[in-house]
Design a protein around this ligand. Sequence first.
Ligand code: SF4
Ligand code: SF4
Ligand code: FES
Length: 353
Amino acid sequence: MQAAVAKTPAKAPPAARKVTFRILRGTLVGDQLTQKNQDFEVPYDDSTTVLGALEWVKGELDGSLTFRRSCRASICGSCGMYINGRSRLACKTKVKDLIYGNEAKNIAAGGEVVVISPQLNQPVLKDLVVDIHPFYEKVEVLKPYVQDGPEKEAHVTKDSFSQVNMVSNCIMCGNCYSDCTAMVENPSFLGPAALAKAYRFVADPREGDKTDRLKALSEDNGVWDCTRCGMCIDACPKGVAPMEAIVKLRALAIEAGNTHVKGAKKSMGLKGEIATWGVVNEPLMMLNALGPIGVLGQLGNALNLMKKGKVPSPLPFEHRPEGLAEVKAIYKELEENPLDVRTRAEDSGPGAG
Ligand code: SF4
Ligand code: SF4
Ligand code: FES
């Protein structure tokens, strides 16, 4: 007689969970883009990613929904989109994290409606697909390759490798470009990804023309146009920390003698003022950066500030802070033991650098 085979009790199917995907869809006809939100009810479980859910919508509800994707593994960089108020990779973002939040991933709980739209700062072509030409063109003008030249070094150290390696992780997803606050005001700004790429070549000992690169990066739309908001650090899915690279480029550009530009003057003036007074004196800082004629051009702004009672005193000694001796001691220490930005350990959070 055959022994009875114990049956594994059948698992009850998990309760079907559903979430609303509110997707900003758009069609470009000629130069005219018409956009409107469309809601889709989407089933999900703990492992469903935004990309998985979008594919389900495309397969089951509306085949015309258009978005980019390829690898599904945070490698190709093609599925960047604006999800619940931040630029994210759809294949790396779990639906449940968007609903309930995930502190470790810096995702706030957004509730039962997931809001998705195309990346910002780029022209929309259709639905979630943006025109990535401007993004790529900005990298292209920076000559993203090692050039032969007199500054080429034969010896590659471990430190220089780690600098190059960090920025080499970029997958060109455009999330930093999409969330960049400077780009909103100035679409000609090179942007975080291109500047991080530029640092990759300035930091590479094998690069033969570092001086010219730093000169070009100091001009308008380059390193000094970044507002240091830190959004690109948060947005990057690969830990590239573009703002950190920009801050390093600024220091290297000044070190290479590119001190004539507004941003460099402002930065050096600020350093001098804190060293002397312990505080920033805004009128003096403007005078240093813009010169007397430039300051005249700011009179309208100054009048507006005056009307609101927000005019700082031009006399720095009126605001001498406590602990000025400590500030001076820090400066002295840094003068005696300067930091080398090329080998400094990376910061990673907003405000880094
Ligand atoms: S830190 Fe600079 S580059 Fe990065 S997002 Fe802000 S403005 Fe853009
Ligand atoms: S720096 Fe990061 S966010 Fe920006 S394009 Fe590269 S991988 Fe994407
Ligand atoms: S599909 Fe390749 S990064 Fe998301």
